[in-house]
Design a protein around this ligand. Structure first.
Ligand code: NAP
Length: 684
């Protein structure tokens, strides 16, 4: 018997009972592994995730979780040769494997960076500013995100055994939630290898990651309201799982990424001879053939001007004819095999179905050259192009997904018709528009965006750097409405929030400051005894406040500032003109003069732990300042973010500038970098 895939449960590698199912190479048809999860105690698996994994992860801050992902990504990079070697058995060429393996690892890197840059070094993520709920501001509201206290169950599709796991794992771990990964059986051997390496690295805390190779048994019967399911696969399976009584009864969060009949629209301007036409041919060819068309984002519907449909078909057929099909381990190959023989038969059936309403204009044959492999033993399939003459009245081309190198040309006669055809897909993950006419791009985007999760407009100006139609990116959301499952993944920190609970917290500014570790106006203003700029990062406390002396603004100050900076805008230099302005009674001080004077009022000038000011956030000038007004500043330490290993931390200060009446004239956050104890001691 071949090697039986392991299940990583309760931090141990366990074999399922019995022989399980045999998995074969997509290229040679030879056995690769057996898979079974029979006999596992799925209730225990969930319990271990919740009680051990969740508890361990929640001890870490968002930044520590980000550091963990970075360490993991680096570790996996060191082992990627093994992943590449095994990946060929799935039918993937080197380029396909790059998307899966390097693409997956880079998702870890991106999430690591985002967690450390965009989230606090804390356990609570604040969602927006506080909401003032009372007249005197003693009772306010703040939305916060905290990790769900359950497990994230990840059910993945067969086409991206590495990326499919890592794109879900990265945001889950940043959220502080443990994952139970169930890869699709046919390519689970590659996921298992990667999980073996992750486990061996010892980088993740106990219970953070478990792997089920095979069926999930009765796991769903033990789900509760703190668990999350993230599913990728077919619409039918998603619907079946979403209807599980436990999912319904416990309102278990369910994100689905399913089938998609993605379209790419060629603009009416992009006629043969234009760079956009050539780009379109390249893009469609690449989308049809990379990963042998087994991409949920691949272009399935080619929406093009009817006037050039013939030339388009001809150009695409020529381009597809140049694709070399065969053993993906051979570096001269452009397209490998489908993931399994079963998958090949499935695609063949779907092409038959499509051909009732569309003509096969290229491919669709079993008679094609396969290089360096046996066509009958491997799951090879010829790129196949169809043409549907009446796409508005043909429903098959908008509803049948052949999950392989298959696409259909759908001609349109007006922009409205192109929009209608695109919408007939009833919800897609990705859409693209190839045009050099920005007015057309806007019209098409406004007409179709609501049916898409992501859209890309490609033309000669961005093509060289474009990531293309079918590449989901960790920075951008991946998911789509309707047929695409209605889910959403990634999208930077948005993806982390899927695994957290948003809660509205109400209370006093002081209480909410303590909960969120961010100072809120109305909370205590501590007198630290010394100027807060004399304190190191560790010594500073949230709420440490400095109140400045006052300074009067004179007409000479305004004139001097205008001449010195060159900002001689009439409101600062022309009394009569300024008075005609509905907001002013006469000449007023420059906003930047107020901010500059404020800095002069609040800084402690001597050499100290404050290293630099790196900007301001949310600057607002609330009222005009006239000459003769007296200003003072209140500066409160608002938020501290340690930059581990750098010798400094970021400190955000709440600055409020008031006039002699006590009215706020300007408010903003001052952003500084402050030395740690160690760093400060080393430079004194
Ligand atoms: P599938 O049959 O729905 O399988 C998807 C996953 O669900 C696999 O891990 C599968 O495990 C699991 N599964 C199936 N039945 C289950 C059950 N009763 N309980 C728990 N898990 C169950 O999909 P597929 O045919 O393998 O994948 C191809 C489809 O996925 C295509 O339609 C494609 O469009 C879609 N897809 C979508 C995306 C996206 O991001 N939207 C990405 C890739 C693929 P087993 O393999 O063990 O059955």
């Amino acid at each position: 018997m071949t090697n039986k895939l392991g299940n990583l449960v309760l931090d141990r590698w366990v074999d399922g009972d019995g022989d399980g199912t045999l998995l074969s190479s997509a290229v040679t048809g030879e056995p690769v592994a057996n898979i079974t999860s029979t006999g596992l105690d799925f209730a225990e698996v969930l319990n271990h995730a919740r009680t051990v994994g969740g508890a361990n992860l929640r001890k870490l801050t968002f930044h520590e979780r980000g550091e963990m992902l970075k360490a993991l990504a680096k570790y996996l990079m060191e082992h990627k040769k093994e992943f590449y070697a095994l990946s060929t058995e799935t039918g993937a060429t080197r380029g396909d494997s790059w998307v899966d393996i390097d693409g997956g690892i880079s998702t870890l890197f991106v999430y690591s960076g985002k967690a450390r840059r965009e989230m606090p070094n804390d356990h609570v993520y604040l969602d927006g500013p506080p909401e003032v709920l009372s007249r005197d501001g003693t009772f306010i509201g703040q939305h916060i995100f905290t990790p769900k206290l359950g497990a994230a169950v990840h059910i993945n599709a067969f086409n991206f055994p590495c990326w499919g796991m890592l794109e879900k794992l990265a945001p889950t771990l940043v959220a502080g939630v443990p994952a139970i990964v169930k890869p699709a059986s046919s390519t689970a051997y590659l996921t298992e290898l990667m999980v073996r390496r992750i486990n061996a690295s010892g980088i993740l805390p106990e219970g953070a990651l478990q792997l089920i190779c095979g069926s999930v048994g009765d796991l769903f019967d033990h789900l509760n309201c703190q668990d999350t399911i993230a599913f990728t696969g077919s619409k039918g399976t998603a619907e079946f799982l979403q209807q599980h009584p436990r999912v319904i009864g416990e309102s278990v969060a369910f994100t689905a990424e399913t089938d998609s009949l993605n379209s790419s629209i060629l603009g009416p301007d992009a006629l043969p001879g234009t760079p956009e036409f050539d780009l379109y041919i390249k893009e469609v060819t690449r989308e049809m053939t990379s990963k042998a068309g087994q991409k949920c984002t691949a272009i399935r519907r080619i929406i093009a001007p009817a006037t050039i449909a013939g030339e388009l078909v001809e150009a695409l057929a020529k381009s597809l004819g140049e694709i070399r099909i065969g053993n993906p381990a051979n570096k001269d190959i452009d397209m490998g095999a489908l993931a399994s023989q079963g998958q090949r038969d499935e695609v063949r059936d779907r092409v038959d179905e499509l051909s009732h309403q569309a003509d096969v204009v290229y491919g669709g044959s079993d008679d094609f050259e396969v290089i360096d492999a046996d066509r009958d033993k491997g799951a090879f399939f010829m790129p196949t192009l169809l043409h549907c003459e009446k796409p508005l009245t043909s429903n098959t081309v908008h509803s049948v997904e052949a999950f392989g190198p298959v696409s259909t040309v759908l001609p349109y006669t007006s922009i409205d018709e192109a929009i209608e055809l695109s919408r007939l897909g009833e919800g897609s993950l990705a859409g693209s528009i190839i045009t050099n006419d920005d007015a057309v791009a806007r019209e098409l985007i406004l007409g179709t965006a609501a049916y898409h999760g992501r859209m890309v407009v490609i033309n000669r100006h961005c093509a060289a750097e474009s990531t293309g139609h079918g590449s989901p990116l960790p920075h951008l959301i991946h998911g789509g409405p309707g047929r695409a499952g209605g889910g959403e993944e990634m999208g930077g920190i948005r993806g982390v929030k899927h695994y957290m609970q948003r809660t509205a917290i109400q209370g006093s500014p002081q209480t909410l400051t303590a909960i969120g570790s961010r100072w809120i106006r109305g909370a205590d203003e501590n007198d630290p005894g010394v100027h807060p700029f004399r304190k190191t990062f560790e010594q500073l406390e949230i709420g440490d406040t400095f109140v400045s002396e006052t300074r009067e603004i004179t007409l000479e100050d305004i004139q001097h500032f205008a001449e010195f900076t060159g900002d001689t805008f009439y409101a600062h230099t022309d009394e009569e003109a300024a008075a005609k302005n509905p907001f002013f009674d006469g000449r007023v001080a420059h906003g930047y003069l107020i901010v500059s004077f404020a800095a002069g009022l609040f800084v402690d000038p001597d050499f100290g732990p404050v290293l630099a000011n790196y900007g301001v956030d949310d600057l607002r000038f609330a009222q005009p300042v006239n000459y003769g007004d007296s200003l003072k500043v209140r500066l409160a330490c608002k938020q501290k973010t340690l930059r581990a290993g750098t010798g400094y931390g970021e400190v955000r200060w709440d600055a409020e500038v008031t006039n002699q009446e006590g009215d706020t004239v300007a408010q903003y956050d001052v952003l500084t970098m402050v030395a740690t104890d160690e760093q400060w001691a080393s430079v004194q």
